[in-house]
Design a protein. Sequence first.
Length: 296
Amino acid sequence: MTTSGSALARDLTAPVRGGRLAVTHWPGDGPPVVALHGITANSLAFAALADALPGVDLHAPDLRGRAGSAGLPGPFGLGAHVDDTVALLDHLGLERAVLVGHSMGAFVAALAAARHPDRFPRVVLVDGGLGFPPPEGTDIDALLKAVIGPAMDRLSMTFGSPEDYLAFFRAHPALGPHWGPHVAGYVTRDLTGRAPELRSSCVLDAVRADGADVLGDEETLAAVHRPQVRGELLWAERGLLDEPRALYDDGRIAAAALDPARMPARRIDGTNHYSILFPPAVEEVASAVRDALAGG
């Protein structure tokens, strides 16, 4: 059992290619939801959402190459996460589930719904899932560095003690102001190794492969526009470091020409890329999940 916030979670695993996928499960008597985290995150990114959805049966995997699933082998890429998510449903004996995805996980959710609409009839995309093709000849590695550079830099850092590691995140401009049990549990799940060489569990090759798909893979970028992908896109007002320039803005959303009847998009005010998953903003995400469950 794992405590994260107030909801009591249990750890389980599911068989996937090359081993077993680590999953955090918040049991409930209600309908099933599967939540997919971001590119350097882990399952406990959704602990606050579990608190906000009492009764919902919520499963959140550590995606391949992260936290409890760090030992799973490549090849990596978003298609591998889709396959793992389908394998999780099969293992649980579920015909279908609502998908929630944050950041990179939103791209996985859209791709899964595009490939398997019978298994994933509704999605909730949280500050991700809608991409914009890069200009021809763009260096994807350089673009990835520009978009998530600070998060990638952390993967090569070492920390002398758990206290040093937590202090690093307490100083994070997007996470520090929202510090509490949810955030502390989320960042601690990523910590591995032994002092004084503690480090992130994320596999850099997985981050690179997944990031390349998010930024440049044609099928991934087209997924949210496919007619069988239905749900809602919620986007944060501010960016990954709480900066005013966010991943999305009104102009970019309008230019994307999403069908509002199939995939309405709305901004969650007062949030950044991370805080949108923590109180109080997480109540907006929970409301979107309940709508998806009602519509699925």
